[in-house]
Design a protein around this ligand. Sequence first.
Ligand code: OAD
Length: 237
Amino acid sequence: MKKVVILSGAGVSAESGISTFRDSGGLWEQYDVMDVASATGWKRNPALVLDFYNQRRAQLEHVEPNQAHLDIAALEKDYEVVVITQNVDNLHERAGSTKVIHLHGELTKVRPEDSYTAEDRYDESRVKNVGFVAVKPGDVDERGVQYRPHIVFFEEAVPKLYDALRELTEADFMIIVGTSLLVQPAASLWQYTPVDCPVYVIDPKDTPIDGEESVVPIRDKASTGVAKAIEMIKATS
Ligand code: OAD
């Protein structure tokens, strides 16, 4: 089976009703990223950070996957599919995707704040599912350590990066959908695909890589653009 690797960003969930970060009206217009989504912000005011992610988690309970998530999940009938997502929602899984790498963590999970190891990895056995429940200052694990969101904050390493790179080096096709490609290392991942791997980029706006040789820009929203990319892939394989 040929392998399709997807890289998704906030835009794939926009039509499900989740705000993107950098569009007009996006989350980073309402919040300072360093206050609510950085390691410094967590040290300075954990209650504010917990509250920010509690709101995101509560919203997630009331949204549904859209056609883009469903089309990506259905692709598993004919291809080996790996989804690398920058999103912390679980809409790819809820649509039926079985192999999802969350580069920036997951909203429905928390872990104690001391769970990083020396290798910049966290101890998976201490990660806890909380579903859509709010987490408060004083919520601690059995060792008495405060729980924090299972999110990769700005200023932190990206432990799943190496898993993502391994998948991309074996890709026959790549689809990038709904990301401004402004945050590293996710923005550079496409460069690790084999030279003959086409990279379909779906976004209603221009992206920084539209002119690159292997890139096929699809100027569309996710709910219809993903289907177009899949049609092009099926026509060549
Ligand atoms: P951005 O908000 O930076 O970019 C969203 C992209 O989605 C933009 O290029 C939009 O044009 C596009 N878009 C909007 N509506 C769309 C639709 N209906 N269909 C398809 N595309 C659409 O979000 P990301 O690139 O995901 O990290 O942001 C990357 C990271 O920055 C996030 O994971 C988050 C953020 O700070 C952390 O918090 C660690």
